[in-house]
Design a protein. Structure first.
Length: 301
């Protein structure tokens, strides 16, 4: 049984492809930010369709925290080989080794915040003037303020009060030296739209998104996967759980959910009934009420 409406998804697809093509036309050095999560996978699929039968005309850029799920890296490499697209990888560990970033300590330590330094250095190195990503307005209140073409100043900072109007899908990409844009073709999509589109297009995903057994720990209201990167407190003991992930990122802050959903149709039903957003499983968003907006203003995607 399928739960998607083709006309609705085709409209979202056409909008996203239009934005992707506009970015390719208006900028000299665009990149597609790739995390291995479902949104960046859908973005890559849309870019493939946007320029087919030619190859995607810009590289994928992955900011590797060094604390990724192994399944994510394996999926990324297979996808890149399949599409014949150029992949640029920059490592948070290199930023730490160079003294550009400082490793956090303690049980809640994460490299997620450190990605900002590595990302901004990579954008400067590659002379990127537009970075396309899979952020959606429904994910988090700070992201709901974004435009399709989101302007960043010469310090890569985002000012939500100083963005350009986008009437009639006209995008103003004018910028001064040192400035760049973040491009969000999936702005009007929801998590449910993403899953319905994945079902319609039969897009392959990392198995992390589907129900599987894994050693996890419970920390507050979060379930975290046991890994060599996760510092365990004295009272924390791993337990075997049947879980899946709604979002994929750094293993130290990406929470799982208890779930029996083993197929895309199962996930669509589960997401439709959920009253917690997918970012509700991310520990990095819980550090403060304005955690995401603070990071975005500092240059985080």
């Amino acid at each position: 049984m399928h739960y998607y409406h083709l006309s609705h998804l085709h409209q979202l697809e056409s909008e996203a492809i239009f934005v992707i093509r506009e970015a390719a036309a208006q900028f000299e050095h665009p990149v597609l930010l790739f995390s291995g999560g479902k949104d960046s996978i859908v973005m890559t699929h849309l870019a493939y369709k946007a320029f087919y039968p030619a190859r995607i005309p810009f590289p994928l850029l992955h900011i590797d925290t060094g604390h990724n799920f192994p399944e994510t890296i394996e999926y990324r490499d297979n996808l890149v080989n399949k599409l014949g697209v150029r992949l640029e990888v920059r490592f948070v560990q290199d930023s730490i080794d160079k003294g550009r970033a400082t490793e956090e300590k303690g049980p809640n330590a994460s490299r997620n915040l450190l990605q900002t330094v590595t990302l901004l250095d990579a954008l400067e190195e590659l002379k990127v003037d537009a970075a396309l990503g899979g952020a959606r307005r429904d994910e988090e209140k700070a992201r709901a303020k974004e435009r399709f073409f989101s302007h960043r100043d010469e310090f890569s900072q985002w000012d939500p009060k100083n963005q350009r109007p986008e009437l009639w899908y006209l995008f103003n990409a004018r910028r001064h030296a040192g400035e760049h844009f973040r491009i969000f073709p999936l702005s009007n999509w929801t998590e449910l739209d993403i899953w319905q589109y994945i079902a319609m297009e039969k897009i392959e995903l990392p198995n992390l998104y589907f129900s599987h057994e894994r050693d996890c720990i419970s920390r507050g209201n979060m379930i975290l996967a046991k890994s060599d990167y996760l510092y365990l407190r004295e009272d924390e003991k791993p337990q075997r759980m049947r879980v899946r992930f709604r979002t994929i990122g750094d293993m130290t802050c990406t929470g799982a959910v208890l779930s029996p959903a083993a197929s895309i149709d199962d996930i669509i039903i589960e997401v439709a009934a959920s009253r917690v957003t997918e970012r509700g499983t991310r520990a990095d968003d819980k550090r403060s009420e304005t955690a995401m907006e603070d990071r975005k203003k500092a240059g985080y995607f």
